[in-house]
Design a protein around this ligand. Sequence first.
Ligand SMILES: NC(=O)c1ccc[n+]([C@@H]2O[C@H](COP(=O)([O-])OP(=O)(O)OC[C@H]3O[C@@H](n4cnc5c(N)ncnc54)[C@H](OP(=O)(O)O)[C@@H]3O)[C@@H](O)[C@H]2O)c1
Length: 457
Amino acid sequence: MNIKQNPNSNLKVLVSGASGFIGKKLVERLLKSNISVRAISRNIKNLSELKHDNLEKMEINALNYNELVNALNGIDVAYFLIHSMEGESNNWTKFIELDKKIAKNFAMAATKNNVKRIIYLSGLVSIPDREMSKHMASRKEVGEILKTSKAKVTIFRASVIIGNGSGGFKMMHYLVERLPIMICPRWVLTKLQPIFVDDVISYLFESLFKRETEGKMFDVGGPDTIPYKDLMKLYAKKNNKTIRMIIIPFLSLRLTSYWVDLITPMKKSLTRPLVEGLKNESVITENSIKKIIPLKLKGVDQSLDIAIGTQIQNQKHTARKEILLSYLLILLGITGAAHYWVDERIMSMHLLGHISTGIWFLLLLVGYFFIKKGARLGALLAGIVGWTAALFLLIDSMYLISYLPKIGSYTVSKGIAILGNYPDANTVLLNIMGLFVIAILLVVAHFTFYDKNKNVK
Ligand SMILES: NC(=O)c1ccc[n+]([C@@H]2O[C@H](COP(=O)([O-])OP(=O)(O)OC[C@H]3O[C@@H](n4cnc5c(N)ncnc54)[C@H](OP(=O)(O)O)[C@@H]3O)[C@@H](O)[C@H]2O)c1
């Protein structure tokens, strides 16, 4: 098939994943060149930003074969940009099965509709298959499945794509914003060859008019090769931040993904594959595309400048639960501090007691900071602070109740509480109030920590 770049061309192109980071930009680029586009998404509202006379929108779930057959009807070229990195935390590996099923449906539906070409953007890995992360192995398999179609398949393999909106870029942003010091696994030294998003779009777009790209696979990467660690440092520097990265050789990717999950408000289904992907060296192994589509590619420095310049201010992701939790934490802090005024026993407390109290207050402050940032670590710290305070107050109150040391001005017995002798009526009141606040705080912290609807993709 020889497709010429003609503004009046009758070419009908389908873009799957049109609501995604790459898909949205590609649709805009195609429409700008007067190409008729059918954009698909599982929810038509996700395509609301895209508007044009040559644009047709369809609500399609690619897991449903019949829906895909309808979507591909009358299509000449179909872009495959679907990615299933979503869902609940404990199901994060599910994307592998989903991607496989979607690719099968897509290949079969394309054959049924005599689609001439499929263009797929995959991930670039330059290490042997057996060392690849699950995510990358799955991206590779998707390419193999698509090739079973009668359509001619072009595969582009891209390394990290720099651009505002990409999952990897968001993760880097949150980490740099929140952590001046990072404990990292040795894989942060893995080499990457990042590429600017507009350059990727240019390759995908130009490929439409280049017959030589049919049925072939190409690596695409920018002019710079850089370890992930240096990319993060450069990003931090450009945001006027200094980060220190301490490399712990035995730190596993699994452990790393746990703390990334605690620090960023992103879904585990997105961060887990991204962190595991650190082990994939991602450097181009061939550059035949340069002859077919010669582009002046942007380097890392320039790409980061543009991406940071267009960065939409961080979405406000403080949900209602998080607001309530932050108020409860303030209340708990006030109750804790009130003990210093009300509870006379505190003055005679051992130095160790004062140090523990200081640590407790510090944890409370750090928890408050992370709750405000929408990170799960905030809820975790609120839980720790809540449980330690509850334990303390419970033991203190138990002594109080069993010995009833003082009622009004009458000393009933000489009970010994956790802080020492004679807790008085004010302290009792404070302990009861504290326990009440803690009970609510623990419930809210629990539901915030296990919130299945983290709202940042
Ligand atoms: N982003 C990067 O840095 C990067 C780097 C290298 C390669 N790539 C490749 O580029 C491609 C696109 O990545 P991206 O970052 O643009 O992905 P993305 O932003 O996560 O978008 C994924 C898209 O898949 C669609 N989708 C998921 N399940 C679907 C289903 N069952 N039916 C129909 N649509 C479904 C989603 O649409 P709805 O939710 O609206 O239905 C969404 O538009 C991927 O193949 C990826 O491997 C990306």
